[in-house]
Design a protein around this ligand. Sequence first.
Ligand SMILES: [Zn+2]
Length: 376
Amino acid sequence: MVLKNVTQVSYCIDVATSSVSANPDEIRELVKQGLTFWRNEFSRVERGMGAGQFTLGNQNFEERPCSGSDVDLRFQFGYETLTPAQISYLVDPTKYIGITVRTNDDYLVNLHGKGFIFIASDIGEKSYHGGKDTTLISMAWKRKRLLEYVILHELGHVFGVPHSGSGLMSETFLEQMLSVSLADAFEKTPIESILTIDEKLDLCGMGTGSNFAMQWLGVPATHNCLRLSLNKVNGQWELTSRKDDEPSSAKRLGAFFVGTPELSDFKVRPAVVLQLMGNLTVFTPQETKFRSFMFGPMLAEGGFKANFVISPGNSKPAYLRVSPGSLLIQAVNGLKIENIFSYSSPISLLLLRDPTPTIHPTNIRKEEPLNESTRK
Ligand SMILES: [Zn+2]
């Protein structure tokens, strides 16, 4: 985890080209994109209502060559990039798909972490699970989206995000992503925000909504897609509908004006917690509020009374519930409350679709997130 006291982070990328199917240039590009992804994630949350007590991810990351330089963060793609010391630390590196390890002991004094990210080979007998597990796809890193996901997941640990929830940072994410039954679906899944809900949400086809919902929202009968997008200036969610594959058919249906959060239906929890030790000098006692921990970016989840404004003077009440992976809008239908717009992050739906992954007990991947609970 790197914090406000660190402005510059150096990293290098080492690729074992004989046992990794991805192109090193592509890897380099995806690492850059991954760093940008997390920086955007944290900055979006820091603007929001549940901002934490310390800033995260606003450092300048600079790539250097791996040979001969002492960098903060080493990306090591493939078994052959590991040193004998790393191999003995990991015991059996083929048990991992990816792992992030912090290596410096003075971290708790200066909060400037050093370490490495190891992403397993995907070709040959030194690949993840020795290449013998037939429940996992082979040559996964040839698929750009899967490579992107493994980099994003491990970078999350670098920034101190532990395993949690049913999305990108789920404990079983990597294993499920490479499973034969889900890999194709993961490859088609767009990258989404995980600390907040995305600002543009699309629902198409079967999942669009009930007859009541379509009527309530005023969706033309020939339209089968809905798009809800956040207007960042005034905080309202604009709704449009269209025919699939026909962008010119788009029609504005109205906008949800969202009120203040309902106190009975609102909670925040920290995405990152920083444990503080006695000899830490980075934060003053006032900044830490004399506690032994601080909260990083917060995940907010809550319900809001909303008004769906179709045109000036023509509006109706609704209830909007938003969490990092979902957005639900409900309205009253006679004596019942019905869902009129229900969006869940495709990743969480995928991860839940496979409730009993076929993991062999002897092959279970162990992965230690880089956070305070795993310090050596
Ligand atoms: Zn992990």
